[in-house]
Design a protein around this ligand. Structure first.
Ligand code: G6P
Length: 312
């Protein structure tokens, strides 16, 4: 069967969805990827939302039924006529004809909120940075890119919190991988330079064998790359942590584990990841260089390619 492989990237506003999506598309080759943002399925424009006192995070504020239909169509390789929401004007524009490429990345706020929508994805990622970091990112993006003042963004965050709690965060349970970038504890400087990453790997998809990174004679807990067992929302999971100051050797080690299992990934690494591992453009225009980000992109790419082997 030849159908597109579908990746979901879900998380709250300014959780880093677009940055991660762009990075993965870059790795897979932009010509092979169709990008879809589910903000386009908002039911009301900005003015109507203000009048109704409803936030974009509420399921009633989105055509989730149409989003779900479109996901099913894309999964079987069929084209859709997608609505278009402009973040610039807060209004809708003419719909766009979209034919899916080999890979489809669906990013947005409520992508996992219905059973039928969840069934459409091959790989489901949920982004969960600490709330303080998300607030910093949101202020930065919305003041630089969307014309809001800092006070407006902070007020909006507060207004949206009940909907975040009720509708966005519960979707974490449906993901195969939870991605949390976080600052090292001693680092009070809020820049993105040395963020660590914590990856929750649920047994819902087959992960590479990362146990090889555990050196029996070293103090694993102190290493910049750690693998452990934990529980996430009550369920047993593996957790892979990579610190921002991990060495290139440690990063290559993880890369090799994945490439040995998935030889095609080696081509991708040679072409896109090395030698400038992790250099990608953030949505606010700056360039981010980060091993944790690069490895996160690579692990997700691994799963996209794995799904190709399993389903195509
Ligand atoms: C959040 C989401 C957006 C969504 C928006 C609507 O910020 O991250 O992507 O479309 O809410 O609000 P707006 O600022 O466009 O009125």
């Amino acid at each position: 069967m030849n159908r597109p492989i579908i990746l979901g990237i879900v998380g709250d506003s300014a959780a880093g969805k677009t940055t991660l999506t762009k990075g993965i598309a870059q790795v897979l080759g932009p010509e092979n990827v169709t990008l879809i943002c589910t903000d386009d399925y908002h039911r009301y424009d900005r003015q109507q939302r203000a009048e109704l006192g409803i936030t974009a995070l509420h399921p009633d504020c989105n055509y989730l039924d149409i989003m779900q239909q479109h996901l099913s169509l894309l999964r079987t390789g069929q084209a859709i006529l997608k609505p278009v929401y402009s973040h610039k004007t807060g209004t809708f524009e003419a719909p766009k004809y979209i034919k899916p490429s080999k890979f489809v990345i669906i990013e947005g706020l409520l992508g996992y909120s219905t059973r039928a929508a969840r069934d459409a994805y091959d790989v489901k990622v949920y982004l969960a940075p600490p709330e303080s970091l998300r607030a910093t990112w949101k202020v930065k993006r919305d003041t630089q890119k969307r014309g809001y003042s800092e006070e407006q963004v902070l007020a909006e965050l507060q207004k949206r919190e009940p909907d975040s709690e009720n509708f966005i965060r519960p979707q974490r349970q449906w993901s195969d991988i939870v991605v949390s970038f976080y600052p090292p504890t001693e680092d009070k400087d809020e820049s993105n330079d040395h963020l660590n990453v914590r990856l929750v790997l649920r047994p819902t998809i087959p992960h590479p064998d990362f146990t090889q990174i555990i050196q029996p004679d070293s103090n694993h807990a102190e290493s910049a790359v750690r693998l452990g067992l934990d529980r996430d929302m009550g369920k047993p999971v593996d957790v892979l942590e990579v610190d921002g100051h991990a060495t290139l050797e440690q990063v290559n080690n993880i890369e090799h584990i994945m490439c040995n299992d998935m030889p095609y990934l080696k081509n991708v690494c040679d072409r896109e990841i090395n030698p400038e591992l992790g250099t990608i453009a953030g949505t606010t225009g700056e360039t981010l260089q980060s091993y944790p980000l690069a490895l996160t992109q690579l692990i997700i790419t691994y799963h996209m390619l794995k799904a190709t082997q399993i389903y195509q």
